[in-house]
Design a protein around this ligand. Structure first.
Ligand code: ADP
Ligand code: MG
Length: 227
């Protein structure tokens, strides 16, 4: 049976107009299916974050179309798509330092105005996700007390809190040492596979990209297949 297509980018381009006009993406097309893991490689400055932000509806494309779970760009409901269907993981974790590990994981549910009390679905899910990323023993610690590797595990659990179909990770191990990078990449790919998510991750680590099903190099505004 063919896998369900969750995301499709067709001939996406992106220009920034200020301070000077720069064409970052020229013609990017990409399809991602349920349970598929995709790595996008490329040196600093080629437009990886720009592309990921467009795929996550955080920025809009200049030309081309993005389809996410049956909706097409330009999206009128981008905030809803982001909240319900996409989980984000960033290089610098973006946890809320003054909140505990568990509160951070529950934040997407709170933003989506779901119940988060002790008997709620989201609360049980958050505890399960903390177990999955090996962080149960730190659930009541403030985020500021965690190490980098621990913060990124919490960020993985948080990205999965609302049970999104698509996970976008921008250099998730960019601030971590080799051992923690490897743990985070394995954990991300494992979570995406076991929960049947689509994972798109940006990295410049070839070895870690090799864990993914599909690999592309972003070069001169286009994706080149590396498989
Ligand atoms: P990467 O993530 O691959 O390092 P980025 O997507 O962050 O690359 O940036 C690609 C290029 O676009 C860079 O040259 C950067 O300076 C430029 N750029 C990124 N965001 C903006 C913006 N908001 N306005 C103008 N230029 C930008
Ligand atoms: Mg970047």
């Amino acid at each position: 049976m063919n896998k369900e297509q969750l995301l499709k980018a067709s001939h996406i381009s992106k220009d920034y107009k200020s301070p000077q006009k720069v064409t970052v993406l020229e013609d990017v097309s990409l399809k991602v299916h349920r349970g598929e893991t995709v790595a996008i490689l490329g040196p600093s400055g080629v437009g990886k974050s720009t592309l990921l932000n467009i795929l996550g509806t955080l920025e809009s494309e200049t030309n081309g179309t993005l389809d996410i779970l049956g909706s097409s760009s330009p999206f009128r409901n981008a905030a809803k798509i982001r909240s319900e269907s996409i989980g984000f993981i960033f290089q610098s974790y973006h946890l809320l330092n003054e909140y505990t590990t568990l509160e951070n994981v529950l934040m997407p549910a709170k933003i989506a105005r779901k119940p988060t009390h002790k008997n709620s679905e989201s609360y049980k899910r958050a505890l399960n996700l903390l177990e999955k990323v090996g962080m149960t023993h730190r659930k009541d610690h403030f985020a500021k007390l965690l190490s980098g590797g621990e913060k990124q595990r919490v960020a993985i659990a948080r990205a999965l809190c609302n049970d999104p179909d698509i996970i976008l990770a921008d250099e998730p191990s960019g601030n971590l040492d080799e051992q923690n990078s490897s743990i985070i990449h394995n954990m991300l790919v494992d979570c995406a596979k076991s929960l049947q998510k689509a994972l798109i991750l940006v990295t410049h680590n070839q070895e870690l990209a090799s864990l993914c099903d599909v690999r592309y190099l972003l070069r001169e505004g286009k994706l080149e297949s590396l498989s």
